[in-house]
Design a protein around this ligand. Structure first.
Ligand code: NI
Length: 149
């Protein structure tokens, strides 16, 4: 995403908190406090409890399941076909004799992606299903027509 114009603002914090923060940002290799604060704010904004159902987002659904449970593989496939407009790509990893891990890259309305995640989570044989939102579209235009790179 292209950063638009930068806005400067002052932040007041107790000295001790600033010192702890400076140690953390040095450990993580940030060049300055501004970049570290920008990342903290972005992370907070991606917390899914803040997202409107209509928010246009991209992220992943990570699933772990036992492929021996009858019909489960087929149910998962049918479910992914029901949501094919929202699914960009799926990677399947055979973890061991019984268990599979799938990473489903999703892009669409947050409410719909959450429905997909819940529908997967409740299937018998699924031991893990987690929707992670990595990106929020900030301009409706980007969501509709793609962008120029
Ligand atoms: Ni497998």
């Amino acid at each position: 995403m292209k950063e638009k114009e930068l806005v400067r603002f002052g932040v007041s914090m107790p000295q001790e908190l600033v010192e702890q923060f400076d140690r953390v940002i040095a450990e993580r290799g940030y060049g300055n406090r501004s970049e570290a604060i920008r990342d903290l704010v972005r992370k907070e904004l991606l917390q899914t409890d803040r997202l409107a159902p209509t928010a246009a987002v991209a992220g992943t659904v990570v699933i772990v399941y036992d492929h021996h449970v009858s019909d489960l593989s087929q149910q998962l496939t049918e479910l992914q076909h029901d949501y094919h407009h929202d699914i960009v790509s799926t990677m399947h990893v055979h973890l061991n004799h019984d268990q599979c891990l799938e990473i489903v890259v999703v892009k669409g309305a947050y409410g719909r992606l959450r429905q997909l995640n819940e529908a997967i989570r409740v299937l018998r044989g699924v031991t893990y299903a987690e929707l992670s939102v990595s990106h929020i579209e900030t301009s409706a235009h980007d969501g509709e027509h793609g962008h120029s790179h």
